[in-house]
Ligand binder design. Structure first.
Ligand code: AKG
Length: 257
């Protein structure tokens, strides 16, 4: 599938330079990847899911309690809202998991067999969007091997003022083993001040390694910031204790188990 796709659309997959950047820095920014014609449906499904979740308090505010995940707390001053597994709430988001250009890039980074670890919607409302503090995803996930790759997609124009992604180049080369909510400023840990910011247009994509230290600032603008992350793993990925925790459907997205 990919080879034929590549012959027809040679620009869809990464160049060797982009792959080298990812290996060296732990991330690669792709820029615009989702066409405007596809964005309207995704935005309206996203808004529908958050409206439904708001009524039933079915999302978590990741800005609550110093970064520890909590259920939505009505009236919170800062909101960094998370819905896990949009693919189980919306066919549009389920289809997005199989988006060929996204999977082509994931294949360039983790190989031909690609399984979903999980997905999540990450919403910073206008004016009081809360921050996400510096962290390595795999410090929470503890997956083995630590080769997962995330695709972070934007449904709005995103810049430094409304919550763009900041990443610390090269930080994926060592696991920091931190806990949720730890402040990663101690001597010996990478300095978030060395981070690079990645602005993206609506429909933009950024791929990062599961150990790349990253964070996003608050959103104090009058523009909302809607983002969606797909976390890809290779089949056979395990927890230190054995099988991955159950609870999510983890479909094979390309290749074989
Ligand atoms: O979307 C964001 O603001 C940050 C998301 C993030 O860092 C994460 O899910 O690991």
């Amino acid at each position: 599938m990919k080879t034929a796709e590549k012959q027809q659309n040679p620009n869809r997959s990464l160049t060797q330079d982009q792959i080298d950047t990812f290996r060296r820095e732990g991330y690669v920014s792709i820029g615009k990847l989702i066409a405007d014609s596809e964005l309207d449906e995704l935005r309206s499904e996203y808004d529908r899911a958050f409206n439904e979740a708001r009524e039933s308090a079915q999302y978590r505010n990741l800005s609550a309690d110093g970064g520890a995940a909590q259920r939505h707390d009505e009236g919170a001053e800062e909101e960094m809202l998370q819905i896990m597994q949009m693919c189980e709430r919306s066919l549009s988001f389920r289809r997005l998991l199989y988006h060929e250009p996204i999977l082509d890039i994931a294949e360039d980074l983790i190989g031909p067999n690609i399984q979903l670890f999980h997905d999540q919607a990450l919403f910073k409302p206008a004016h009081h969007g809360g921050p996400i503090h510096p962290h390595q995803d795999n410090a929470y996930w503890r997956c083995l091997p630590a080769t997962l790759v995330s695709c972070w997609l934007t449904l709005d124009d995103v810049d430094v003022d409304n919550g763009a992604m900041h990443l610390l180049p090269g930080s994926h080369l060592a696991a920091m083993g931190h806990e949720r909510g730890d402040v990663l400023l101690d001597a010996g840990t990478p300095d978030p001040a060395e981070s690079r910011v990645v602005p993206l247009p609506a429909g933009g994509a950024l791929f990062h390694h599961c150990q790349t230290l990253h964070f996003t600032p608050p959103n104090r603008t009058d523009r909302q910031r809607r983002a969606f992350a797909i976390h890809f793993m290779t089949p056979g990925t395990r927890s230190p204790g054995g099988e991955l925790p159950i609870g999510f459907s983890r479909p094979l997205l390309r290749g074989h188990m």
